[in-house]
Design a protein around this ligand. Structure first.
Ligand SMILES: C[S@@+](CC[C@H](N)C(=O)[O-])C[C@H]1O[C@@H](n2cnc3c(N)ncnc32)[C@H](O)[C@@H]1O
Length: 225
């Protein structure tokens, strides 16, 4: 279902939504599908999915592990597609039109927060991450797949140069966000991280991982301190 009462003012990206699955079909089959299967398949309990898009993760939720999924997404054109996948999903998935920066849920509501290919796009990723941490139970986990800024060199320079144009054609997507660092700065500790590089792709560096809340927010202490 879509909860209209909390609808943010958004006009959405009709063309981006209409072409998203088609444009991604090859990378989905080769790369993202297996990554989603592992990461989403491990989600447990009450799940909050951030920026669900067309619902590409929905088929991977395991009903035996997941109690319920609340999938938030601000773009009405994406939501239209996500609703079809929610109906077909094996787990109980509710789609709500919301933005990650202001989550209308009490503290410690969810056991798992899932974010895939979304922190590149949200307007204020630091605020969104703080909200994700707030709504997670203290021993809950943030599971993520994100493309991030390349570690340096020509790839990072190309990403910095391309990002202003990329944002316009990619519905706000940034090629060059330092998302792993942002996750840590929001008070999470990364407990698993897989990093993959795709040499000839603008989304050169893809990370997948699991993070848990640290007891106190802020960056991890450096070794030896
Ligand atoms: C590249 S798509 C990824 C969709 C999906 N998570 C996936 O893995 O295929 C990014 C999504 O983030 C959504 N988004 C943008 N700003 C957002 C925000 N502030 N809060 C939540 N989602 C947002 C977009 O509407 C879009 O559907």
């Amino acid at each position: 279902m879509v909860n209209g009462a909390t609808e943010p003012a958004t006009h959405g990206h009709r063309l981006f939504a209409a072409t998203y699955d088609w444009l991604n079909r090859s990378v989905e089959r080769r790369v993202l599908g297996p990554m989603r299967s592992a990461l989403v398949g491990g989600a447990t309990g009450r799940v909050l999915e951030i920026g669900a898009g067309t619902g590409a993760n929905f088929p991977y939720y395991e009903p035996a592990r997941v109690t319920s999924v609340v999938a938030i997404e601000p773009d009405p054109y994406m939501i239209r597609r996500a609703l079809k996948r929610a109906t077909a999903a094996r787990a109980n998935v509710e789609v709500r039109q919301l933005s990650a920066e202001r989550l209308p849920f009490p503290d410690a509501t969810f056991d798992t927060v899932l974010a895939t290919l979304v922190l590149c796009t949200v307007a204020d990723p630091d605020r969104a991450l703080r909200e994700m941490r707030r709504v997670l139970v203290p021993d809950g986990s943030l599971r993520f797949i994100e493309h991030v800024r390349a570690p340096g060199g020509l790839a990072a320079l190309i990403q910095d140069t391309l990002t202003p144009l990329w944002r316009r054609v990619g519905a706000g997507c940034h090629l060059n966000r330092r998302t792993v660092e942002a996750i840590e700065a929001a008070g999470f500790e990364i407990v698993e991280l897989e990093v993959r590089h795709f040499r000839y792709s603008p989304t050169h560096t893809l990370v997948a991982g699991i993070a848990r809340s640290r007891l106190t927010p802020g960056p991890s202490p450096s070794p030896g301190s």
